[in-house]
Design a binder for this molecule. Structure first.
Ligand SMILES: [Zn+2]
Length: 140
């Protein structure tokens, strides 16, 4: 999985150039033991709404908390994915996607640190204590 996969590249091309470029460079520069991919970039309102419906009924009431993937409904509360200012990354452990906390915290810390060293300020989901693979441009 080393390097930039086609899926990662598609996600990176869909977002803000500064964000896409720095995450691509981070991927290319990552040590072999820290493998990851980009699995989400720009989202349409419909895509965000579809994600919001996971774990909720038609009224938006939570029916299965384990299935919740976002708190942004896409209309009243917009995700920064909708403006191309965020990407979701996920760790690969032994060549297999791993959504658990530990490897994703390590990957996010690496990407945020790499970006900072290259003059791009990113904030990760770790700041709101979940969604560890989410990385977005800091709002100024
Ligand atoms: Zn995200």
């Amino acid at each position: 999985m080393a390097g930039v996969s086609a899926r990662s590249e598609k996600c990176l091309r869909s977002v803000d150039t500064e964000l896409g470029d720095v995450v691509r460079r981070a991927l290319q520069a990552a040590p072999a033991w820290l493998d990851f991919a980009v699995v989400s970039g720009l989202r349409t309102t419909e895509e965000q709404q579809a994600l919001f419906r996971k774990g909720r009924d038609v009224n938006g009431t939570i029916t299965d908390r384990r299935k919740i993937v976002t708190w942004k409904d896409g209309v009243i509360k917009k995700s920064r994915h909708q403006s191309g200012k965020a990407v979701d990354i996920v760790a690969y452990v032994d060549g297999v996607i791993d959504w658990s906390e530990k490897p994703n915290l390590a990957v996010a810390a690496y990407v945020i640190g790499f970006a900072a060293a290259h003059g791009v300020k990113l904030v990760g989901g770790v700041k709101w204590k979940w969604d560890y693979g989410h990385v977005e441009l800091e709002t100024s």
